[in-house]
Design a protein around this ligand. Structure first.
Ligand SMILES: [Zn+2]
Ligand SMILES: [Zn+2]
Length: 198
């Protein structure tokens, strides 16, 4: 792998806690997405308008967060868990965005490549090297897409706050549900949540 990519990967590893194939893939996704949007320094001013939708909750996401400086708490990482290794990089000043997805079968291809690489005692390290250096078009598919972001989903100030009439908790940013004119939080409106009271 190139020196530049190694520096990025080290940064991602520090954030993620270990080096793994998913992290290498995520770093390559970040590099591709940023390049396509013309962003060279995402952690500086250039990154202010960058919002990234990630379609999985696994290792690649940590690489994307580490290398772009975008975070869920700043509303610049949107997690929509389709269980797919894909992410869409959006410049919120324009409707243009690029979706970067990992090609099916690329891991097997990289494993084959890794077997052909000399000088590695550890096959895992050889696999990381193969994933880092395989031609981008073999690893990733890039497509131009359009993403519409509602004002209530953009980074920045909270736009609205309401109080659920059932549980009394505060609901921010238009996430409430209105049923027959009454305002509820979504779990109260639906009558179910990811947790149960015990
Ligand atoms: Zn990992
Ligand atoms: Zn409620």
């Amino acid at each position: 792998m190139t020196e530049d990519f190694k520096i990025l990967l080290d940064e991602a590893e520090r954030f993620h806690g270990h080096l793994c194939a998913g992290l290498v893939i995520g770093a390559r996704m970040a590099v591709a997405g940023l390049r396509e949007l013309g962003i060279r320094e995402p952690k500086g001013r250039e990154g202010m308008n960058l919002v990234i939708w990630v379609e999985i909750d696994r290792c690649p996401v940590d690489a994307i967060i580490a290398l772009t400086g975008r975070t869920p708490g700043r509303r610049s990482i949107k997690m929509i868990d389709y269980g797919k290794q894909a992410a869409t990089f959006v410049d919120t000043r324009t409707p243009d965005a690029v979706r970067v997805s990992v090609r099916t079968g690329c891991l097997e291809k990289a494993e084959l490549m890794a077997k052909g690489l000399g000088g590695f005692n550890d096959q895992r390290i050889a696999l990381h090297e193969a994933l880092a250096s395989m031609p981008e078009e073999q690893l990733l598919a890039l497509s131009r897409v359009s993403v519409t972001i509602g004002a209530q989903d953009l980074p920045g100030e909270t736009l609205a706050t309401t109080i659920c009439q059932k549980c009394g908790e505060t609901v921010k940013d238009g996430r409430q549900a209105v049923v027959d004119g009454d305002v509820f939080c979504r779990p109260c409106a639906l009558g179910r949540s990811y947790y149960e009271e015990i």
